[in-house]
Design a protein around this ligand. Structure first.
Ligand code: HEC
Length: 147
């Protein structure tokens, strides 16, 4: 009986640890844009100026109607309230490596269309935000890796 209880506690702890731990982030540098569109989006320049005003607008979208903070977290570390239920886990925008390996255009593609088979939403495709607001949110996200 004692062995049974010990085993039960052990299994419960294992289960709870696995359940509460955040899933790993999938390689942030691997392209998400389909091969045929990669060159086009990689080279795309933001149509909005990279100014403090744009970044402030992007922050409002990120924490407001874009709902980005729910997954990516208010601090952009990828640990928002919904992150625990997502596999792969949301992108950590404070990772400076990410800004170096992905262009703003590639990020825009993800915000526009979403990333298939992940929690990443197509915020523009679903009408949540406009293309301009998506660019603003992308520039805000990129500013987080520069601090
Ligand atoms: C429901 C959860 C969820 C919401 C809401 C969400 N994301 Fe994501 N996002 C993810 C996940 C999960 C990934 C990682 C997918 C992967 O690794 O392929 C991701 C990845 C990304 C990426 C990385 C793309 C790349 O090429 O690596 C960008 C940029 C991004 N999100 C921007 C946003 C913006 C902007 C918003 C708000 C408009 C937003 N996300 C809202 C879950 C979310």
């Amino acid at each position: 009986m004692r062995y049974f209880t010990v085993t039960l506690i052990f299994v419960s702890v294992l289960f709870l640890t696995a359940w509460s731990a955040n899933a790993a982030e999938k390689d942030p540098c691997a392209p998400r844009v389909p091969a045929g569109e990669l060159a086009q989006f990689k080279g795309m320049k933001p149509p909005v100026p990279e100014t403090p005003e744009t970044i402030q607008k992007g922050k409002e979208i990120y924490n407001g109607k874009g709902t980005c903070f729910n997954c990516h977290g208010p601090d952009g570390k990828g640990t928002g309230p919904l992150a625990g239920s997502l596999d792969p886990s949301p992108r950590n925008f404070t990772n400076p490596k990410f800004d170096q390996c992905k262009t703003a255009g590639e990020m825009f593609w993800a915000v526009k269309n979403g990333i298939p088979n992940t929690g990443m939403i197509g915020a523009v495709a679903t009408g949540l935000i406009s293309e301009q607001e998506a660019w603003q949110a992308v520039l805000y996200e990129r500013s987080l890796g520069k601090k």
